[in-house]
Design a protein around this ligand. Structure first.
Ligand SMILES: Cc1cc2nc3c(=O)[nH]c(=O)nc-3n(C[C@H](O)[C@H](O)[C@H](O)COP(=O)(O)O)c2cc1C
Length: 251
């Protein structure tokens, strides 16, 4: 699989929910498996396990049939969900850039045997396979996203934040906020309210990890050498109800 064009893919990717359920060929699956073993972590001290499983290994709930899933397991440590988002978004873009449909899916659950096959905590699956619908969006207007000024007060690096604006998120909640300038971008996450804490609190940190990866990719595209740091002295976002997650230094 080609690893170029990941930045360009940000501007056309979409979640694919209709699949040709014919399995991908062995070579493609091997290639995907190799890439899964070489994803860049956000926190390299957190153990993660990624398994390619098939349709029959999963209770789909009400989601449509899918030939393959990546099942994600992780050690439960500070920052682990953001780490999952950051790592697996690399796969979402890579598969999409190579003509394979993907969709992050919180709703389906792997069957017991799969859950028992790892010592780590089960986090989420990502569906993938040949798409039975258009793989790409043809224009930016097809992205349902909040405008930039509702999620960012970054000045001087707007084109980098634009890539994060287009990132996928669970129920498209886009629960992130960005502040900073041309030297550093601070990333914040919405603090979940009572209801969201009960039903979906694990998804916000995953979503923020996904957006962080888009930020990093865009910064590299614009010739920067970005470094992600957690800076406890980072300024508080002026937006109420959000909490600090990490910063991207634009060196
Ligand atoms: C963490 C996460 C969980 C998701 N879970 C589901 C899911 O269970 N079912 C589904 O159809 N889509 C799911 N999605 C896809 C989102 O609905 C989708 O990314 C969002 O609506 C934006 O649309 P786009 O990805 O086509 O740009 C999930 C996305 C993320 C990031």
């Amino acid at each position: 699989m080609e690893t170029q064009n990941l930045y360009e893919t940000i501007f056309k990717r979409k979640s694919v929910r209709n699949y040709d359920i014919t399995p991908l060929d062995e070579n493609t699956l091997k290639d995907i498996s190799n890439h899964l073993n070489n994803l860049e972590p956000l926190h390299d001290d957190i153990k993660i396990e990624l398994k390619i499983i098939s349709e029959s290994d999963v209770n789909r709930r009400f989601m449509k049939k899918v030939p393959h899933y990546i099942a994600v397991f992780s050690e439960n440590k500070e920052g682990y969900l953001t780490n999952v988002g950051f790592m697996l978004q690399q796969m979402d873009l890579l598969l999409s850039a190579n003509g394979i449909g993907t969709c992050w899916q919180g709703i389906p659950k792997p069957k017991k045997e799969v859950l028992k096959s790892s010592n780590l905590e089960y986090i989420i699956v990502i569906a993938f396979g040949n798409p039975n619908e258009p793989l790409y969006r043809t224009s930016l207007s097809e992205f349902k996203r909040k405008p930039l000024d509702e999620m960012s007060k970054v000045q001087g690096a707007e084109e980098i934040v634009e890539a994060a604006r287009l990132a996928p998120s669970a129920t498209n909640s886009q629960a992130w906020f960005f502040a900073g300038d041309a030297k550093i971008i601070h990333v914040y996450a919405l603090k979940p309210g009572f209801i969201r804490k009960l039903v979906a609190k694990k998804y916000i940190p995953i979503d923020v990890g996904i957006a962080l990866y888009h930020l990093k990719l865009a910064a590299e595209h614009f010739g920067k050498k970005p470094q992600i740091i957690v800076d406890e002295t980072a300024p508080d976002s002026s937006k109420q109800g959000y909490e600090y997650i990490a910063s991207l230094e634009l060196l």
